[in-house]
Design a binder for this molecule. Sequence first.
Ligand SMILES: C[S@@+](CC[C@H](N)C(=O)[O-])C[C@H]1O[C@@H](n2cnc3c(N)ncnc32)[C@H](O)[C@@H]1O
Length: 302
Amino acid sequence: METFKLTPRAKKYLKDMLWVQKDIWKLPDNYPHYAIEYCEKFSESIVNKKYSSEERSALFAELHKRQMIMQGPFWLGDDIVVGGFWNKRESTRNIFERVFPTGKELQGKRILEIGSMSGYDSFYLNLLKPQYYLSIEPSGYYYQAEFLNSIYKTKIDFKQWFWQDIPQKLHGSFDLVLNCGCLYHEYDIISMIKKTTELLRMGGSIVLATNIIKKRKYADYIKYMPDVYAGDMTYWFVIGEKCLFRLFASFGCEGKLIFKGGAAGDAGKGKTVEGYPLEEYNFYLFTKTAEKSRPLITIPRY
Ligand SMILES: C[S@@+](CC[C@H](N)C(=O)[O-])C[C@H]1O[C@@H](n2cnc3c(N)ncnc32)[C@H](O)[C@@H]1O
């Protein structure tokens, strides 16, 4: 196991995750139990891996420094499975088996994932052998992805970037962009849609997952609703499907619904923790069919 020294900057980002993990999600100290056979095999390098007791202690000490892993489960070899408070296995399989049914569609392709958290979807799609996978996550979760990758030893290019940091030289260069679970956290959504569609090559696609207004009569609205979602201060709005499609059409993309992923934020009683009605959480595929963009301000920046 490769160990990374956490810089003071990294420690700050990791500390920032605590309010969400402790105050909002109130995570217990132990990970949920998952059988090894249930977990994805993200790397051949772990299949025959056996950990000595020293290696085991070192591994958990390193993990401990990186706070709890939300996504998962992640099998790390031997009998070690971590993460999985948020069980990603079914939804990740459901979506990508639909979008890439032969499993060969991504061979030789360039993928960008924004807001990849600890990298669950990145590790999953990397199994489909893309030529290049850029996986960006600005928060402390980046350090978890980096650590997991030191065990899986994949070629995924993990970067601690915001989508705003993606350099212009990469515009037009990606076959697939993943934007899952990020739009409703974003206060600058038109910029986000503009930037991510500009990153696509013509004919390339975006898989986008977001909260969608359930009532069809409000399909061309955006409903601004902070403070309704399990105390999550980064949740801003829910968008109507028609509105979403029109926004993407303005940037040359045609959309289709690929999967209804249920209703995020269900506190178990068909309402959010704060008692608000649940909306939908849907997955869409947007394909770039025209070179079309709009300036966000009237004066271009050079
Ligand atoms: C709800 S999580 C979704 C994680 C993952 N995409 C999934 O679906 O399992 C949203 C992620 O977006 C990240 N994020 C927030 N602002 C971002 C930005 N400006 N650029 C890229 N990612 C961002 C958050 O840190 C968080 O990890």
